[in-house]
Design a protein around this ligand. Sequence first.
Ligand SMILES: [Zn+2]
Ligand SMILES: [Zn+2]
Length: 652
Amino acid sequence: MSARLSRFCRWIPLLLAISIPAPSWGRIGGGQHYRSGGSNRSYGSRSTPSSSGGHSYAPSAPSDGSGDLGGIVFYLVAVTFRHPGLMCPLWVAAGLILYSFIRRRNYSSATQKAFEQREADLRTRVTAQDVEGWVNTLRLKDPEFQLAAFLDRVKQLFVQMQTAWFKRDLSPVRPYMSDATFQRLKVQLQLMHEQEIRDALADVQVLDLQLIGLDQSEWFDTVHVRVKAQMRDVDVPASASDAEAARLAAAAPLESFTEVWSFVRKPGAKTRIGEDLYQGKCPNCGAPFRGGATNNCEFCKAVVNSGNYDWTLAEITQGIEHVRLYPTVDGLLEARKADPALNLEVLADRASLIFWKWIEAQSRGDGRRLAKLCTTACLQAIDTELKELKQHKRRKVFLECAVGGVMVRLLQPASTGTYDEAHLEVRWSAKMGIGPETEHPPPLPTVPQRWMFILVRKRGATTNTANGMSTSRCLHCGAPLTDSLSATCDYCGAELSSGERDWVLELALTIEAWNSREQERFQAVVAKSAAPPANEVITDVHERERLLYMMAAMAAADGVVDEREKSLLKLYSGRWSIPWAKVEMALSAGPQLFDRLVPKGSPEAEVFLHSLLQMALVDGRIDKQERKMLESAALRLGLADRLAEILAGRST
Ligand SMILES: [Zn+2]
Ligand SMILES: [Zn+2]
């Protein structure tokens, strides 16, 4: 008996080994948070051996031991028949281990999804009284406003937009969108094209529409509509015809999602039943509107997507990203003294337009694509960086780029010269990296980003209210900006990069870099706006991800990730309910996930540590484990001795 037993014991490790999935199993597209199930994206890894780019994150090939496996299985079955009393419990145990492993893997992504759904529901929940209140408010100035009719139009636009997106031709829906929204969709289509994929959709269906908010300012009314919809959605090769793409999409799973569509309109504009763009008429004069890139009515010259005459789609956000309250903006009242029409809606749209051009310029490796929207110095800085990459035959890659929100944070006179500054926070996410020029990048995790865009404009310039949400225009002649690479208007030749009439980008930097630059304002601004009410800190999964991935990227930047570091990351992953598989992906992608890592011991690192502290303080206290986590993180950030001071400072 004992001899037999020892013979089994020899098999136990093997048994366990084949029961427990290898770590790579869950990583290749499975359980990940890819928008359309990443598994179909091989990024050309088939044509290029995984060794070619030296990327450690190429999926490891499944072990090739299938031949031996048959023999082992046969042997195990035979042993089980011979010694059922011993083998059956062993099988059950192995099965349980396998089950718990699989469950744990799926559990984290299921939890994530459930978190997001709940989050979206919470953020978009309203009562019937709320809705009635908003509708009545709108009717005060616009008695013809009917909620049902309005929602019908949203539904119609939603479906039209999906069709345009699917067909990769946005011209039919362009008049309904702000310029930044149009730019966003255009750049997204182009990024996919470069990836040689197209988004195939099928069975698009709107499930529910609900008015969930009304913001009013002197310049615009903004209504937020929650759209619950479902569709089949899958990426297919860019070369697929519409018919092929539709056929492939029909086989994809039906998925539901929640988005918030925000529309703006000038207060005082009236609902004109049967006389709007949806009937092919100019919303101002009612003459037939033929479309075209200028978005101008050929009869009355009205800018149809300005928001001055009818609701213009200003933003599409995921339900989970919807923020109800706009934070107060430092310096807004002061800035309005010189420019009474200065408003957050137009400013945010302009910044969003600049953001998408900034992404386009970088991903195409040519800063001049931003030339009409940034200062000469800014263009030079971007071009220098891109040229350096090019010299090394490398390029920046942004995949599945999305914007979570654009918020004006601060308005102030520039410290030197005769300019004013507008600081806007852009929350966005992308699978980003730096890769060889000619190859497709390997799978990358989606990384949330928080950046500050500093825009400048000559003092004395004022907001052009006639253009409204049509923010991609020359303010000298009113013509729409073209895609040419010059810094001048193609119609009137005006120099645009000087910021003489409109806001242009001066600098884009990470939130940490910005915070440390604005050190003296840090207390005032960050304490107020970047530290939202406690419940938002708890639930902001993207901010948690961002911080954790940054830690992972910093750890990976040193080359070796030791066990202590790994266990720290694991603690955070557990505490913040971010699937460990995602953190592992961030670890193997390394520093390239971020444009710039937080330098050790720097003021930026201190800002970063403060953010970790805020997360820990979400429940009002720092427990023993959190303290340990903060201490390890402080060590990693090169701030081991600062932590005690910071903690002490907090209690005083
Ligand atoms: Zn007209
Ligand atoms: Zn011009």
